[in-house]
Design a protein around this ligand. Sequence first.
Ligand code: C5P
Length: 229
Amino acid sequence: MLPEIIVALDVPDADAARRLLDRLPAARWVKVGSVLFTAAGPALIADCRARGLKVFLDLKWHDIPNTVAGAVRSARDLQVSMATVHTLGGAEMMSAAAEAAEGELLLVGVTVLTSHDPESFARAVGRTLVGLQAEVARLAGEAVRAGLAGVVCSPHEVGTVAGVLGPGHVIVVPGIRRPGDAAGDQARAGSPEDAAKAGATHLVVGRPILQAPDPARVLDELVAAAAMG
Ligand code: C5P
């Protein structure tokens, strides 16, 4: 299956989100993160749903199992299609979340935040230095064993993660750049073609669309590029 392009609505408020969506009639999926959700809340999700969009609610839950399961149920009530939990929340938390999703919501695990380097990760988890690629693979395995639909990973980890997850799982990949796009703060960016070829099922794209003079044209180009993978 061709990967879906998810437009990251990395804008500060509901008005800016609506203005952007008015310019993207061909969008099928949007990602709402903690900045926009804190500002605009469920009303914006309802607006996206009314426009026929699928919503990826990226709030990266990391709490006790009962609380995360409750958040998943709330997201289901909002008709969200995909949401994130931290795999470091543990197997029990992920299982409770997966059970609450009841197959109606794709729950994907965040493995190692891309803001970590090996030193900062080792310090956060109180371990001696570990290879981050191996850590991503280990946590991806934990995620699917606990019943999650898949994981989020960088373009450089898609191949490894696809090998761990096997077919039928979701691999959501941010950090997508076409040749010539500014990398911004994405240290490990990759092209839509390569990510698709390696097994990505969903590509998350923010600034290359949001900062373009013609966002709709960039979205079209990304859809075409992903289809080449
Ligand atoms: O603007 P850009 O295309 O870099 O946006 C990528 C989106 O994916 C942003 O919303 C960012 O927060 C998110 N993301 C990421 N890297 C991760 C996880 C999420 O860039 N590892």
